[in-house]
Design a protein around this ligand. Structure first.
Ligand code: JFZ
Length: 450
């Protein structure tokens, strides 16, 4: 049989398919995998570990030399989890309106909160808690339909087989000099991750500390491939040297919309990640809700952090914030979950988002308006204005609606005192068609029609 060009190509294609590595995900497949995340909007982050005595910062205290490693690690004697009530934690999280939660399974200090077989430093083996505190949390969270995320520090500073680049003293060792020693550490990280992945198949991993080594050194690609091989839908944050699924903007809520389609801002509830005895500088529910709607309006999520105490109790101030979040997100659910990024700033004094069909413009008012709220540059016409979470409709009027001008008239919506929410009032502007905007800088009118 002679092979013509066609059959050569066909044969080549068949060979290629047989030997090609697992096919890369298409953008549609990724969008499907990210679906729950893009609708979640709010997650609750939990920093819990031996630092939850409140006496030191999480891990950084010994790294930066504020306390010795020994004194820092002694805090494990106070990690009792005596009042730990995972059902209560899960209730508070679910009631806050969060659709996912991310808990520290291990911070940079290496203290594992689950019953790890791969190492000796854990809540089970090295603290009076004497038990796996992740297992019951995972169960209670899932019972309530909340997605489960694991924070995992790639860094493990105290380990002798770990080496880092920023330590105050001499560098422990160079990977190039002792590749087997580093490999031993990498094997340990893999073993721990395999335990977490196989036991709980979490919905999300929140890696941290990637800045100390390259993707090659961490084996980032292999880590993600390993996790996906038995947990294919899992979502991975960005802090794993280039192999993550979404962006984590630094230092708070971004000012302009991030380029990444999926992103999340993590935020402290006061000024600390873990519980601190000396930090009572709590952000108010109003401030934190503004951050939430700011994230929603820019197309991202807010991951709000709480820091329970070493005994498992959650400080009252933190509980109060979660409860107020619950009241507000419950009342305004329509304008929280099934929304996408809003319109650019400048059209209205407030944050905005859009319904998925683009026909409703949500306006979040972080202030009490005087008389009316002005909305300009809307080419599509308003059909109705509602106050979300109530059955109230609002009156509006339009000025300067000149039929032959491409510059649309300006809307003024009456917002009476009685319509206001204690925190953030949300207006729903139902439009006659999907929102279209005028984005110009004005037009010179050459004649008047009157
Ligand atoms: C890391 C940790 O070092 C810290 O202790 C805490 O767990 C926090 C959530 O994550 O610190 C970072 C790292 C990167 C950024 C912020 C805090 N960042 O990119 O904005």
């Amino acid at each position: 049989m002679t092979m013509n060009l066609k059959s050569v190509i066909l044969f080549g294609l068949l060979l290629g398919t047989a030997f090609a590595p697992a096919r890369a995900e298409t953008p549609e497949q990724k969008a499907e995998r990210m679906e729950w995340f893009s609708r979640a909007k709010l997650g609750i982050f939990i920093h819990w570990g031996i630092y939850s005595t409140g006496k030191t910062s999480e891990s950084w205290a010994f790294h930066n030399g504020y306390v010795s490693l020994d004194d820092y690690m002694k805090q494990r004697e106070e990690f009792t989890a005596a009042e730990y009530d995972p059902a209560l934690w899960a209730d508070l999280i679910a009631q806050s309106g969060a659709r996912y939660t991310v808990i520290t399974t291990k911070h940079h200090d290496g203290f594992a909160l689950w019953d790890t077989k791969a190492g000796d430093v854990s809540a089970v083996k090295s603290s009076p808690a004497g038990r796996d505190v992740i297992a019951p949390f995972a169960e209670e969270v899932r019972k309530r339909g909340v997605r489960l995320g694991f924070y995992f520090s790639l860094i493990d500073w105290p380990r002798e087989d770990y080496t880092d680049i920023y330590r105050a003293g001499p560098v422990r060792y160079k990977i190039a000099d002792e590749p087997e020693r580093w490999q031993h550490f990498v094997d340990f990280n893999f073993a721990q991750l395999r335990e977490l992945n196989e036991t709980w198949k979490p919905d999300l991993y929140w890696f941290d500390g990637d800045w100390e080594h390259s993707a090659e050194e961490w084996r980032s690609k292999e880590i993600v491939d390993m996790l996906r091989s038995t947990n294919p839908g899992v979502i991975v944050n960005s802090r794993i040297q280039g192999y993550g699924d979404y962006a984590t903007p630094e230092l708070g809520v971004p000012v302009v919309r991030p380029e990444s389609e999926w992103w999340e801002t993590c935020m402290t509830i006061n000024n600390s990640w873990g519980y601190r005895l000396d930090d009572d500088d709590y952000k108010s529910p109003h401030t934190l809700l503004c951050m939430l709607v700011d994230c929603i309006g820019l197309g991202g999520n807010l991951l709000l952090d709480i820091g329970p105490r070493a005994d498992g109790t959650i400080p009252d101030e933190q509980v109060a914030v979660l409860k107020e979040f619950g009241r507000w997100t419950g009342k305004h659910a329509e304008a929280v979950y099934d929304t996408r990024a809003g319109i650019p700033a400048g059209h209205v004094a407030g944050y905005t988002s859009l319904s998925l069909d683009g026909k409703t413009l949500y306006v979040y008012l972080p202030y009490r308006p005087t008389e009316s709220v002005e909305v300009k540059g809307l080419k599509s016409r308003i059909a109705r204005v509602r106050v979300v979470g109530t059955d109230r409709e609002l009156a509006w009027k339009q000025y300067n609606d000149i039929s032959w001008s491409e510059v649309p008239g300006v809307y003024y919506i009456d917002v009476p005192e009685e319509a206001l929410d204690e925190q953030i009032t949300v207006l729903a502007l139902d439009m006659e068609e999907p929102v279209r905007l005028y984005r110009g800088s004005g037009q010179i009118l050459s004649f008047n029609e009157y």
